[in-house]
Design a protein around this ligand. Structure first.
Ligand SMILES: *[C@@H]1O[C@H](CO)[C@@H](O)[C@H](O)[C@H]1NC(C)=O
Ligand SMILES: *[C@@H]1O[C@H](CO)[C@@H](O)[C@H](O)[C@H]1NC(C)=O
Length: 340
């Protein structure tokens, strides 16, 4: 019985599966040691040549060369193992180029990938590395700042299994830094001004959009109200006017008009129970001109979290502002409209 068990264990442990749940197709070139006894780890650098990006080949390669000379690194590997660095240019830190360079690196029998570092490029490559090679090719990167990349990566079911983030900081940390400041001063809502395609040198395309996405994700979790303002959709207004619009319209509720229960105004969606109710609206408004700060042309942003979406005009310019009626019903109507 004991012998049977040992045989069973041996048979089972000899049967390795990869993330595709099939037996790996052996590729001889993936062996670290070749037939003539030379042992080499082939490491692929998947980074852009363009030095606009913080992590680029001309910057990172010398760092690796220096690191390899350090005793700690040298002692970490047996002396008979050599290293071979191969460079692959991920043009523009672009996702498509990243995938094709990863395929090239795989065909060249690389054992480990360093990079890509831009988030979109990294996402495309990191999703497939678990299926490459006999048991997946490990990917080490200082990128991966968006919150998706901080999810667990312990088995084949996890999206970015085989990826290792070596960077000290991600967008989540930055988000919680700001959230902690808000908590400290007891600030409860914020206007999120964002230029989606700025700071591309940090994480490639849409760096700021991804930062905002991450930030918005944790603001929701922490029940902090935010209004997104994507500066690229300016609605034909300059910054001064837009700032007035976003701050005036969304943050001074006491001066917004009563829509008489029509309910087409976009109130901020998330209102935690702890938020104090706005001051009561002055109710004796008879003419449009008496309504302070009211802009009949006011546009409402879409409820899209990223401020992407279309803006729509709520009323034609010529339409008169509805005159609120001072009744308990109007108050009631307003209260019911506020909830969502
Ligand atoms: C490097 O990348 C930046 C940003 O994408 C681009 O504006 C610039 O033209 C690129 N430079 C070269 C030499 O390709
Ligand atoms: C924005 O537009 C307003 C109204 O057209 C104008 O008065 C103001 O000077 C402009 N501000 C800037 C910074 O251009």
């Amino acid at each position: 019985m004991g012998v049977l068990l040992i045989i069973f264990v041996l048979v089972c442990s000899g049967y390795a599966q990869n993330c595709r749940e099939e037996e790996p197709r052996e590729r001889k070139c993936e062996n670290v040691c070749s037939d003539d006894g030379i042992c080499k780890i082939r490491a692929a650098l998947l980074l852009p040549k363009n030095t606009t990006f913080d992590a680029s080949l001309p910057v990172v390669e010398p760092v690796f060369e220096l690191a390899m000379q350090h005793d700690v690194v040298r002692n970490a590997f047996p002396p008979w193992v050599q290293f071979e660095w191969r460079r692959y240019d991920v043009s523009d830190c672009d996702a498509a180029y990243a995938v094709i360079t990863a395929i090239d690196a795989y065909n060249d029998c690389s054992h480990v990938f360093f990079g890509p570092s831009c988030d979109f490029a990294l996402a495309s490559v990191a999703r497939i590395t678990k299926f490459l090679g006999n048991t997946g090719i490990p990917l080490v990167t200082t990128g991966g700042l968006t919150f998706d990349f901080v999810q667990p990566k312990q088995n084949c079911h996890h999206e970015y299994y085989m990826m290792v983030r070596s960077g000290p900081l991600g967008f989540k940390d930055m988000a919680y830094f700001i959230i902690d400041i808000m908590r400290h001063y007891d600030w409860r809502q914020l206007l999120l001004i964002n230029e989606p395609e700025a700071q591309v040198h940090v994480a490639g395309k849409s760096t700021c959009l991804l930062m905002m996405k991450t930030f918005a994700n944790y603001l929701k979790k922490e029940d902090i109200i935010y209004t997104p303002w994507d500066t690229t959709s300016d609605g034909g207004l300059n910054y001064t006017e837009n700032l007035k619009f976003y701050l005036g319209y969304k943050y001074t509720k006491s001066s917004t008009i009563d829509d008489g229960g029509v309910g087409r105004w976009n109130w901020p969606r998330r209102r935690p129970m702890s938020t104090p109710k706005p001051r009561p609206v002055p109710l004796m408004l008879n003419t449009a001109s008496q309504a302070p700060n009211v802009d009949a042309n006011a546009e409402a942003t879409s409820t899209d979290d990223f401020g992407h979406g279309s803006r729509r005009r709520l009323m034609p310019t010529s339409m008169p502002i509805p005159v609120p009626v001072k009744t308990a019903d109007a108050n009631q109507a307003r209260r019911t409209n506020e909830c969502c």
